[in-house]
Design a protein around this ligand. Structure first.
Ligand code: PEP
Ligand code: MG
Length: 579
């Protein structure tokens, strides 16, 4: 039966492929109590799931293609061994009986305990095997939910796999960056959540916040993912499939056409140059930046070097990563944001919890200042890399002059240490503050005196101004970049910075949204930083824009208070006009 699901579309394009379901032992697992009379059936359900899982693994083992990596056989054998171990196949039965709980809950209890035991192991290779335990447990979960109609193929062996998950953490996404999926679909997530940003950075059509994809979609089902419209169609009929294939061809053709703009200078019709920079998460992303024709990196989210791993990257590892990016850019600038950890980007090794309100807790620069040793290690690494290219430093989550001054003091100490050690770095390195908290935007005149540039993080600025959790799809309809309060803070920042002669960029998702390009140009923005995949569509708008009428129309938007009126004026602003 064909079904359609609606969510938030991330990234353009259309993918057509087969579903590959993933889940996590940490994901919500239901817990309910059983009547004594139902225990026997529950044990049977558990045994059936174990049996089906075993069959799947054995089938997979028997059908390993000849050209598959040698490790695949070894991993599958290990998974079969783990499944056959009493710890997974017998212990949960005891929990079902003792606690009179459902099989999923019993399995989760047991899995958590096993994983904790693995985490205690000192030897790194053995400790890593906890991931194998998790993968086997996930298979059992799927079979308990009756969701495994066909044995899932390892993702590395299929080209058109579409990843379907309840949720993906930013750390998961780092892992998925290396796997080749055609698209992503998740149940939850906001349009500017880090998961969405990473999905966008993979340049894949993805749909998030579908609410029920993980339950409604079965392994290996044929799916269409329309990342532009936010639509997922499962088991499409021939007519629908043909229509989407046509749209897919049209989208690819339009994209190829844009590619001709790569070498064109970004300037408006009146000849005003506009700086288009790229955002990256990992050093290897720099290749795409060079390919996209960006003028440099406006935001390197360095915290991703710290995620998805059990240990901290030391100074040398960080230095090499930053140096690699600086060198690859061949004289073009790279703005390295110091680690913006905490909230939804909480590394495994962190000793700090996330608190009840993670986004209001110890995150961004606050975490850096609470861990000066860690912070200075990073600052030293960035400074050392500055000897090899045009490196800038950017502090995240600044909320006022106090934390900015503290961060600058740490930077001075790091510089002094290097001087004493005779290590070279760029003495004139540019330092900037992110404007992503309303208090920073409102006190920008105070911050401006201490920095060389500003970068507006609209993702957080909107979150904190409107009190809308950017990760929560339940309130994502209220997440409005054109809310008058947001527009006020943007214009206030731009105007104040202009008075101080400070360059300002926008590096939040708003900068890569071509529907916002003219509005930002009209407000006076001249530096945009976005994911490379959006760069050419933004450049196209820049090239088609006449600044004078854009400024006049933007002024009308800034005076309007009614959301419908604002939306109408924005549509008018974006309507192509005759040159
Ligand atoms: C922002 O908040 O807009 C931003 C660029 O930072 P991040 O999305 O990484 O929080
Ligand atoms: Mg931010």
């Amino acid at each position: 039966m064909s079904i359609a699901l609606y969510g938030i579309g991330i990234g353009g394009g259309i993918a057509i492929g087969r579903a590959h379901l993933v889940s996590h032992t940490t994901a919500d697992v239901s817990h309910y109590f059983l009547e004594s009379a139902d225990i026997r059936a529950e044990l049977q359900r558990f045994d059936d799931a174990i049996r089906t899982t075993r069959k799947e693994l054995e089938m997979l083992w028997g059908s390993i293609p000849e050209n598959a990596p040698a490790e695949l056989g070894a991993f599958l054998s290990l998974h079969i061994m783990l499944l056959n171990d009493a710890a997974l196949s017998r212990e949960p039965r005891k929990i079902i009986q003792a606690e009179r709980c459902n099989a999923e809950w019993a399995l989760k209890q047991q899995a958590d305990q096993l994983i904790a035991q693995f985490e205690e192991i000192e030897e790194a290779y053995l400790r890593e095997r906890k991931h194998d335990v998790m993968q086997v447990v996930e298979r059992i979960f799927k079979n308990l939910a009756g969701q495994s109609s066909a044995p899932p193929l390892p993702s590395s062996l299929i080209d058109d796999a579409i990843l379907v998950a309840h949720d993906l953490s930013p750390a998961d996404m780092v892992y998925f960056k290396d796997a080749s999926y055609a698209a992503f679909v998740t149940d939850v997530g906001g349009a500017t959540s880090h998961t969405a940003i990473l999905a966008r950075s993979l340049d894949l059509p993805s749909v998030i916040a579908t609410h029920s994809a993980r339950h409604l979609i079965h392994e290996d089902e044929l799916m269409i993912v329309d990342g532009q419209q936010g639509v997922v169609i499962v088991n499409p009929d021939e007519t629908v499939l043909a229509e989407y294939r046509r749209r897919q061809r049209a989208w690819r053709a339009a994209r190829n056409k844009l590619a001709s703009l790569k070498k064109t200078n970004a300037q408006t019709q009146d000849g005003t140059p506009i700086e288009l920079l790229a955002n990256i998460e990992l050093p290897k992303d720099v290749a795409e930046v060079v390919e996209s024709g960006a003028m440099g990196v406006g935001l390197f989210r360095s915290e991703f070097l710290f995620l998805g791993r059990d240990t901290l990257p030391d100074e040398q590892e960080q230095y090499e990563a930053y140096r690699h990016v600086a060198e690859q850019l061949n004289g073009r600038p790279v703005t390295i944001r110091t680690m913006d950890l905490g909230a939804d980007k909480n590394p495994k090794w962190s000793i700090h919890g996330t608190g009840d309100n993670p986004a209001l807790g110890l995150c961004g620069i606050r975490l850096c200042l609470a861990e000066p040793q860690l912070f200075r290690t990073q600052l030293r690494a960035i400074l050392r890399a500055s000897a090899h290219g045009q490196v800038r430093i950017l502090f995240p989550m600044i909320n006022g002059i106090t934390d900015l001054k503290q961060a600058l003091a740490q930077l001075d100490t790091a510089k002094q240490e290097l001087r004493e050690e005779g290590v070279s770095f760029d003495e004139k390195i540019a330092v900037g503050a992110m404007i992503e908290v309303p208090s920073a935007a409102l006190t920008v005149n105070m911050l401006a005196k201490h920095v060389n540039f500003l970068s507006i993080g609209t993702n957080d600025l909107i979150q904190y101004t409107l009190a809308i959790d950017r990760n929560d799809d339940a309130v994502s309809h209220l997440y409005d970049p054109t809310h008058p309060a947001v527009l006020y803070l943007l214009t206030h920042t731009l105007k104040t910075a202009a008075k101080f002669g400070l360059p300002v960029s926008v590096c939040g998702e708003m900068a890569g949204d071509s529907k916002m390009t003219r509005l930002l140009l009209g407000m006076g923005l001249r530096r945009f930083s976005m994911h490379p995949a959006n760069l050419l569509s933004v450049k196209q708008i820049v090239l088609d824009t006449h600044l004078d009428p854009t400024v006049a129309q933007t002024a009308k938007i800034l005076r309007a208070s009614d959301p419908e009126k604002i939306a109408d004026l924005l549509t008018q602003l974006n309507t192509p006009r005759a040159a």
